[in-house]
Design a binder for this molecule. Structure first.
Ligand code: SF4
Length: 480
């Protein structure tokens, strides 16, 4: 009789060894928002309303206090106020849907009972950063810059980044329904903070969108448009629909991806009749013309995948979009273990039909060092998550290397572990290198967080940090 693999393992040593990760099906949960005093009387109907969600977003400490009351203590509120005043690169904006996923399984039992759960919570850690989260030394890497991917330098027309040969990023608007503390577009997106005066688009919105479309009509080499911002959920639907409809009329465009974290942060938006019907119209045209119309969302923690998020994803599939994919960001304390990454990936795939597509390493923006991981840590995580998910749904962990673009973390060309400097190469010219004969032969650098380096590497950076900071961002640093 043929023995199974499990039987063979047991026969070998008398017991089955545990796998490093145990797969289990976990039902999605919508936490009860009525556990928060400020929402004790909010009805199901109100909660499902996109208008109610938008008009009850939390934008400041007073409004947060109005929801949570004394379930978190004064220490937390003071810590949050200190971060806003001294460090935050993004202003506060939390739809109730997102706030409700913080500390989802801790009973609210009276004054202060949620304080520690809030401090430790994965969603809180990146959506509601407090000053004590951040590192005191090496708060920012000396090479951190406001536009760390140099997207503005690569604008072909205002807001249209042409970095890769065949694809472009169209930043339609600079706002989102939610603001993430680690936003890589912190230079442009959201309201100014005490630390950061945001860049403003110069041209009027309609004129910018017209210029983008004109550029794409005269660029037959471009086949793929990421329609982003900001978040497209903040564009009035008729304007988004007319932009995408115009893209669908350009013969060379074969893939259109709509970027919306709101599919998770404000799923109520994507469940509105106007949006569902409009997506069905666009998806019908896309199908006729052989264009892949997909939604890309941004989920970083398994608890964010609630039944409402799954419902919104299903609504988009029913409307006819080809796929809903997730592009999360790898961050310390939030999703920095094999278990957390796989739990999230299975919640997305099994629970909501969302494809776990990418995890980006957190970009080198100011104030992000406590979130960022080293390349070697990302490589270990990529190794650890292989083999559990179907191959097509195994997320790739990528490093978005300045002036290069996305590289799988194992594609590093050289790596100085002592100084935490990785060197990367590329095989195409960006839009600003058309006459650069060395663009494909030079190496490009990415930097590990300094506090993760051995002592000799930290000493080296202590001696060289000032030079590096000037070199990185001579004219546009965050206010000191
Ligand atoms: S949703 Fe995306 S663009 Fe908006 S703040 Fe978050 S990371 Fe930035």
């Amino acid at each position: 009789m043929t023995e199974t693999l499990d039987e063979a393992v047991q026969a070998a040593d008398g017991r089955a060894l545990p796998q490093p990760y145990s797969y289990r099906q976990t039902p999605l949960v919508e936490p009860d928002w009525r556990r928060f005093p400020g929402w004790a009387d909010v009805t199901d109907e109100e909660w499902r309303s996109a208008q109610w969600q938008r008009s009850h977003c939390v934008k400041n400490v007073a409004q947060l206090r109005g929801v949570l009351g004394d379930l978190v203590d004064e220490r937390f509120y003071a810590d949050l106020e200190a971060d806003i005043a001294q460090a935050a690169t993004m202003s506060m904006l939390l739809p109730p849907q997102m706030l409700n996923t913080m500390a989802p399984s801790v009973p609210a039992e009276g004054a202060g009972s949620l304080t520690e759960a809030f401090y430790a919570d994965a969603v809180r850690l990146y959506m509601l950063p407090v000053l004590s989260d951040r590192r005191v030394q090496w708060t920012s890497h000396p090479h951190a810059t406001r536009d760390s991917l140099h997207e503005h330098e690569m604008w072909a027309v205002e807001g249209l980044t042409h970095r890769y040969p065949t694809k472009v990023l169209a930043e339609l608007l600079p706002t989102c329904p939610q603001y993430c503390g680690h936003c890589t577009r912190m230079d442009l997106v959201g309201n100014s903070t005490p630390q950061v005066d945001k860049l403003k688009f110069v041209a009027k919105p309609d004129a910018r969108l017209t210029e983008m479309l004109d550029y794409l009509r005269r660029s037959p080499g471009v086949r793929d448009v990421v329609v982003s911002g900001g978040d497209v959920a903040n564009l009035p639907w008729p304007r988004l629909e007319s932009f995408v409809a115009a893209l669908l009329e350009i013969d060379n465009i074969k893939d259109i991806r709509l970027a919306s974290k709101a599919l998770m942060g404000l799923p109520q938006h994507w469940l509105q009749d106007e949006v569902r019907e409009g997506m069905a119209r666009l998806a019908g045209v896309a199908r006729e013309r052989g264009v892949g119309l997909a939604i890309h969302t941004h989920v970083n923690a398994a608890q964010s995948v609630t039944p409402l998020v799954a419902e919104a994803a299903r609504a988009m599939f029913e409307a006819g979009v080809r796929d809903v994919r997730n592009q999360g960001v790898l961050m310390r304390g939030i999703n920095d273990s094999v278990e957390k990454l796989l739990d999230l990936s299975f919640a997305l795939l099994d629970g909501a039909g969302i494809m776990p597509y990418y995890f980006y390493m957190c970009d080198m923006i100011p104030g992000a060092e406590h979130w960022r991981l080293s390349v070697w840590e990302a490589q270990a995580l990529q190794h650890g998550i292989m083999g559990y998910l179907p191959g097509f749904a195994t997320p790739r962990i990528v490093c978005d290397v300045p002036y290069v673009g996305k590289r799988w973390v194992h594609q590093v060309h050289e790596y100085d572990r002592e100084r935490g400097i990785s060197y990367w190469t590329k095989n195409y010219r960006t839009g600003i290198e058309t006459a650069d004969s060395e663009a494909l032969s030079r190496t490009y650098e990415y930097y590990d967080p300094i506090y993760t380096l051995p002592a000799a590497g930290q000493d080296w950076w202590t001696r060289h940090a000032a030079d590096a900071a000037v070199h990185a961002d001579p004219s546009r640093g965050v206010h000191s």
